[in-house]
Design a protein around this ligand. Structure first.
Ligand code: ZN
Length: 289
C-alpha cells in the first residue's frame, strides 16, 4: 500500500478561496488527497496577489506532515505563442509570479499550458517567441525553485503542442533545460488523438513521450476522463470511469515505468463528494496490480 502510494500519490486540484491552508488543506483531507494542486492567482485573469506568509507556512507544514506533494497551476490566459504583445508580456509576469509563489508554498512544480500560435502566425514564429520569452524564465530557476511543467493542450485552435510528438520542437526550443518537465493531462492527450482506451494505447503514448523528452521529465499527471471521443480536440473533463477513457487505462498508467514516482491529480467536474469518489476510484485502480 505504502509502496504504491509512494509510486503514484493520488490527489486533486483543491480550491483555496478562504486561504491556502485554511481551505485547501481541509478540502484535501476531505477528498483523501495524497497530492494537491492549487491556483495562486485568478486562473482567468492577469491580476497577481501576494501570499499571506502565515498561510504559506501552515500550508507547507501541513503538506510536509502528510507527505503530500504540492503543485501550482498557472493561469489559463498565459500564451507564450500569442501575437499580442500585451498577452506575451503578461504571460511572462504571470508565470514568474506563479513560480515565485510556488517556491514560497513549497510546490514541486508549476504547470503551464503550452499555448497556441494566434493571429495567423506560423508555428515557427510562435515557437521562436516561446524560446525568447521562456528561456530567461528557466535560466533564473535554481534548485530550490519548482520545476516548470509543460502541459500539452487538447489540440483546439492553433495549439503549439497537443500530441506527444509535438513536445519535441518545444523541448528543443527551450534547450532541454534541466528544470523543464511535463504535466500530462489524460483528457487532453486523448482529445489530441492518442487513444488511451485502445489496447496498448497507454503504453504507446507513454513510450513515445519518454522517447521524445528523455527519461525523468514526466513529473505530474492530470487524471481526467474525457466527455468526448479520442481525437475530438475537445477539452471536456469527465469523472474517472464516466467518460470515453474508462477505468482500465488509469490502472495501466500506474504500472508504466515512465510514471514511477509521478503523482496523479484529478481536475474533474462536480463538488467534493464527486472528487472524493474519483480519488477513491483511482486508489482502487492503483491496488489492482
Ligand atoms: Zn489539466
Amino acid at each position: 500500500m505504502t509502496d504504491k502510494r509512494q509510486r503514484n500519490p493520488i490527489g486533486g486540484h483543491v480550491p483555496v478561496a478562504g486561504g491556502l491552508a485554511a481551505s485547501g488543506i481541509s478540502y484535501a483531507d476531505d477528498i483523501g488527497a495524497e497530492a494537491v494542486q492549487v491556483f495562486v492567482a485568478n486562473p482567468r485573469g492577469w491580476a497577481t496577489t501576494s501570499g499571506k506568509p502565515e498561510q504559506d507556512e501552515k500550508f507547507r507544514d501541513a503538506c510536509a506532515e502528510r507527505g503530500v506533494p504540492a503543485y501550482v497551476h498557472a493561469p489559463y490566459l498565459i500564451n507564450f505563442g500569442s501575437h499580442t504583445q500585451a498577452t506575451a508580456d503578461n504571460s511572462v509576469s504571470s508565470l514568474r509570479h506563479s513560480l515565485r509563489r510556488g517556491r514560497e508554498i513549497g510546490a514541486r512544480g508549476v504547470v503551464v499550458h503550452t499555448g497556441a500560435a494566434t493571429g495567423g502566425r506560423s508555428r515557427e514564429t510562435a515557437l521562436a517567441q516561446v524560446k525568447l520569452l521562456l528561456r530567461p524564465v528557466l535560466e533564473d530557476l535554481t534548485d530550490d525553485d519548482p520545476w516548470l511543467l509543460l502541459e500539452p493542450t487538447a489540440g483546439q485552435g492553433f495549439s503549439l503542442c497537443s500530441q506527444v510528438g509535438e513536445l519535441e520542437p518545444y523541448f528543443e526550443a527551450l534547450g532541454r533545460h534541466p528544470r523543464l518537465g511535463v504535466c500530462l493531462d489524460t483528457c487532453h492527450v486523448f482529445a489530441a488523438g492518442h487513444d488511451l482506451a485502445a489496447p496498448g494505447g497507454v503504453k504507446r503514448t507513454l513510450d513515445e513521450l519518454e522517447a521524445v523528452t528523455g527519461p525523468g521529465r514526466l513529473k505530474l499527471i492530470h487524471a481526467n476522463d474525457s466527455k468526448d471521443v479520442a481525437g475530438a480536440h475537445k477539452d471536456r473533463h469527465a469523472n474517472i470511469g464516466a467518460g470515453h477513457i474508462g477505468t482500465d487505462p488509469f490502472a495501466e498508467l500506474m504500472v508504466h515505468p515512465a510514471t514511477e514516482g509521478v503523482p496523479l491529480v484529478i481536475e474533474t467536474p462536480g463538488r467534493k463528494e464527486g472528487h472524493a469518489a474519483d480519488v477513491a476510484r483511482l486508489k482502487e485502480l492503483r491496488e489492482r496490480r
